[in-house]
Design a protein around this ligand. Structure first.
Ligand code: ADP
Length: 535
């Protein structure tokens, strides 16, 4: 069989060393093609265009030195085997290189042709095996996730049926139920609910693991979500005689987060708090801003329960982790709750951690980004370090014809939101996050860096695209309005244009916030002065 030519990318700035390597390769008599470059930037550029069989890499180049050199090559071309050719006999550096995925570390002065040829051959083989192994692991993971997702979906249907019939029996709709029969049915219902929760966790964890978990951030008041969580968990706390309290900072800013997902995190943490706290203990949900980090909101759930050992603390957010003594008869759950919480918080670019001592209770804390309109607006309302000149606020309102809305209303408004995002110029317009938790009517605002005449083209396009959504007209009425955003002529006594760019963006953001608030309030009172209709 014909031997394949080995394509070598040699990154070496010393012409003498490069010639020597070429000579060794020729002496080895295996078919080889060498492309030699002298700078790391040229090597990276070449890797972008062609994939060689192997990279032979000198570490000290005119534009990069030492470990940084192989780190950048590996980052650029993670699938290509790299063999370091170094003048330095540095064992620590060699080990570091191998730990980072370099296949071999050869000392220039000691290389024979046979040695070099073998090192390249093994490097190529090992890299191919590694890739095959990774591929198999990925396929296995995909298969497992698909299987779990499929099974979980299938299990949900019969469970829903059991739930409906047990509820029907309990409500006496199929005839009178004796008190002890009602007790039995309640036990069945409790188990069905537990199974439901486990299946939901399995589905969520599978989604998170395969990167399919999505969030739809809105501009929300956390206090309301915390109240909602506590109201939902109160019966469980009362049944166990565990106190459940709230302490929310009055000056809490709005947050930029997905309310359904945040509710999931809060419920999981409070549920654990109650589960792991004995009767007469307490669980407290707090939310505050910390001076050192004003762009985040800190939310914590503290319990007076059994606490967590240092060993468990290190593992607690891992998938399927459960403390050995947590797995007793009173416990339900699969060890997925905290894993799901961590993934949700990560998607919000927040952090989650626990502080706890055995026997001293635990505090789980997570952060969410505070809502900053200025931060969201900055990339689109500025150009070349200057504020753009004209802006328009577009308001798109979807009001369901029936309350509560017919069909899957969330899916409908999400579809409309996607369309809105496709109708704007991403570099100079912004669809603002929806306000509040998803209610019946949905109002979306767009800040467009344009003037009124041109905004008409945008609003016409939005209307045309939205009206194409099947069934939209049967489900809701659509109102689209636009108004110019008049910038204030001065801020805190100084002319607007003499302010720094940051201050100008802040002023614009606060002006837009004012317009949105008064536009929403006017709507609630009467539409006497609507923002000018685009039609
Ligand atoms: P599960 O659904 O099984 O509760 P979680 O991921 O929510 O799984 O929790 C994992 C483990 O973390 C639990 O089994 C328990 O050992 C520990 N844990 C979680 N919350 C607390 C808490 N508030 N106090 C003590 N241990 C806790």
């Amino acid at each position: 069989m014909e031997q394949q030519t080995t394509q070598v990318l040699l990154i070496e700035d010393n012409p003498g060393d490069a010639d020597l390597v070429r000579l060794r390769l020729v002496e080895s008599k295996s078919p080889v093609n060498v492309n030699c470059v002298t700078r790391l930037s040229e090597g990276l550029d070449s890797l972008t265009r062609v994939t060689p069989s192997v990279v032979l890499l000198d570490l000290n180049l005119p534009d990069s030195h030492g470990a940084e050199t192989f780190r950048r090559v590996m980052e650029h071309a993670p699938n290509v085997p790299v063999v370091v050719l170094s003048g330095q006999d540095d064992e620590a550096l060699a080990i570091k290189a191998v730990h980072q995925g370099v296949q071999d570390y050869l000392i220039k002065g000691n290389i024979s042709s046979k040695h070099l040829e073998r090192s390249i051959r093994y490097a190529v083989e090992r890299q191919a095996l590694l890739r095959a192994l990774e591929m198999t692991q990925k396929q296995q993971l995909d298969f497992k996730n698909q299987f779990l997702s499929h099974v979980s979906h299938e299990l949900r249907t019969p469970l829903t049926c059991i739930h409906q019939y047990v509820t029907l029996l309990l409500d006496g709709l199929a005839g009178a139920v004796a008190p002890d029969q009602a007790d039995h049915l309640k036990t069945v219902l409790k188990s069905v609910n537990q199974l439901h929760a486990m299946i939901r966790d399995l589905l969520e964890a599978t989604r998170a693991e395969s990167g399919k978990m999505r969030i739809e951030p809105r501009c929300i008041a956390l206090g309301e979500l915390i109240q909602q969580t506590v109201a939902m968990m109160r019966p469980m706390a009362d049944e166990k005689k565990v106190g459940l309290e709230i302490a929310v900072d009055q000056r809490l800013p709005l947050v930029h987060a997905d309310p359904d997902r945040v509710l999931e995190v809060l419920i999981n943490l409070v549920d654990n708090g109650i589960k792991f706290t004995p009767s007469d203990g307490a669980v407290m949900v707090q939310a505050c801003v910390v001076d050192a980090d004003p762009s985040s909101v800190y939310i914590s759930v503290t319990d007076t329960g059994r606490g967590i050992s240092p060993e468990s603390k290190a593992l607690i957010f891992e998938r399927l982790y459960q403390d050995a003594d947590a797995v007793d008869n009173n416990r339900s759950g699969l060890g997925l709750g905290l894993f799901i919480c961590r993934e949700i918080v990560r998607l919000h670019e927040g952090r989650i951690w626990v502080s706890s001592e055995p026997g001293q209770g635990s505090t789980f804390t997570f952060t969410l980004p505070a809502y900053s309109l200025a931060k969201l607006l900055a990339p689109v309302v500025t150009n070349n370090d200057r504020l753009r000149t004209s802006f328009v606020l577009v308001r798109v309102e979807l009001t369901p014809l029936l309350v509560p809305p017919r069909g899957n209303w969330k899916q409908t408004w999400q579809q409309c939101l996607e369309i809105l995002r496709r109708c704007i110029y991403l570099d100079k317009d912004l669809v603002l996050p929806a306000m509040g938790t998803s209610g019946a009517a949905e109002t979306f605002f767009v800040v467009a860096s344009t003037d009124m005449p041109r905004s008409g083209i945008m609003t016409a396009r939005i209307r045309e695209q939205l009206e194409r959504v099947p069934d939209l007209k049967a489900k809701c009425s659509l109102t689209i309005m636009a108004a110019p955003i008049e910038l204030p002529s001065n801020i805190s006594g100084q002319t607007f244009s003499s302010q720094s760019l940051e201050q100008q963006v802040e002023a614009l953001a606060s002006h837009v916030t004012g317009m949105i608030t008064s536009s929403m309030e006017r709507k609630q009172l009467r539409p006497e002065k609507p923002i000018q209709d685009s039609n």
